[in-house]
Design a protein around this ligand. Structure first.
Ligand SMILES: *Cc1c(COP(=O)(O)O)cnc(C)c1O
Length: 349
């Protein structure tokens, strides 16, 4: 049976060009900084974002945690979005690995209220932890894959600057944001201290994320990566795919965004479904299933019988993600199947 997998863009498989590049990659021991392909990927990433240096790591989670470890000391506090990946989906790592506590603040639409943000920063007081870091997420996953503007990011940095606090951007899908808004990546992150992005999501590489920032920060981060056991040896075979991803896979993200828009439009006409609006859509569609009809786990089960995979976020909330391995036709087919199952559940019930 043909599978249409809309659970995540992490399910994308490497392109033929990536497989070719893996086979031909020049390699060396990257802990000794002797892997020419890893070095090339890191230089390319730094160049794209116009930052001094970059570090290749195995996952987005490792990128975020190495960064938090590098910016903080035990007992510090970091400001995170209540719906952020760092706070919700990293197994409590900021506490377990860095020994820091979270100050979670509202990020309903992917953005902090600037007033709430500034109030969350701890003043000097013998009782208080130090606010060591502010983290942002772009695109913001749990807020619907919404793309945050450079203007908003810069407003956050203005506040952080006034208090001398660094700003770190979880840019797992930063290229989706840049393509959706038509903003150069280097412009988008011009004023953040550091960021990471994932190669293994919409860009289609099999493994890897990259941290980008100032040279001294990346040097420390390199040591933290080693501490976590993340120092790799002939990693050029996977870095090679990352180079192809950056050179060839960024511009096509707009197809994923168009497919997500199409999906959102189709689903918004289905009885029993409320598609969640976003200010700037990228490659995600979140929707609610109204009480009275089928719920999310049941819908997932019924769709699986037809070869369609979706993400159940909660009892009535569903996430669909478009990516290079689902076509426009696939999206139309999936929307049709969802309509049949959901509207059928209202008739039967
Ligand atoms: C996927 C994701 C990560 C983590 O990446 P992994 O490679 O799955 O560890 C971090 N932040 C955001 C916003 C993500 O979507």
């Amino acid at each position: 049976m043909k599978i249409i997998d809309l659970r995540s863009d992490t399910v994308t498989t490497p392109t033929d060009e990536m497989r070719e590049a893996m086979m031909k990659a020049k390699v060396g021991d990257d802990v000794y900084r002797e892997d020419p392909t890893v070095n090339e990927l890191e230089e390319l990433a730094a160049f794209i974002f116009k930052k001094e240096a970059a570090l290749f790591v195995v996952s987005g989670t490792m990128a975020n945690q190495v960064s938090v470890m590098t910016y903080t000391q035990r007992g510090d506090e970091i400001i995170v979005g209540r719906n952020s990946h760092i706070y919700n989906y990293e197994v409590g790592a900021i506490a377990a690995l860095s020994g820091v506590q979270a100050m979670p603040i509202n990020d309903e639409n992917g953005m902090f209220s600037l007033v709430e943000l500034e109030e969350a920063i701890r003043p000097e007081n013998i009782h208080f932890p130090r606010t060591a870091l502010i983290t942002l997420e772009n695109t913001h996953n749990r807020a619907g894959g919404v793309a945050l503007s450079k203007e908003y990011i810069d407003e956050v940095v203005d506040i952080a600057d006034r208090h001398g606090i660094p700003v770190y951007l979880d840019g797992a899908r930063i290229f989706n944001a840049c393509v959706a808004l038509g903003v150069e990546p280097s412009k988008m992150v011009e004023r953040v201290d550091a960021l990471m992005f994932c190669l293994s999501k919409g860009l289609g590489a099999p493994i890897g994320s990259v941290i980008v920032g100032r040279k001294d920060f990346i040097e420390k981060a390199r040591k933290m990566r080693k501490r976590l056991g993340g120092g790799m040896r002939q990693a050029g075979v996977i870095a090679a795919c990352g180079i192809v991803a950056l050179n060839k896979m960024v511009q096509r993200l707009k197809e994923d965004h168009e497919n997500a828009e199409l999906l959102a439009n189709e689903l918004s006409q289905v009885k029993g479904i409320v598609v969640e609006p976003v200010a700037v859509r990228t490659n995600m569609v979140y929707f609610m299933l109204l009480p009275g009809g089928i719920d999310a786990p049941q819908l997932a089960k019924k769709l699986l019988e037809r070869g369609i995979k979706i993400s159940v976020v909660s009892k009535r909330r569903v996430r669909l993600v478009t990516h290079k391995d689902v076509s426009r036709e696939d999206v139309i087919e999936a929307a049709k199947a969802i309509k049949e199952v959901v509207e059928g559940s209202w008739r039967d019930g």
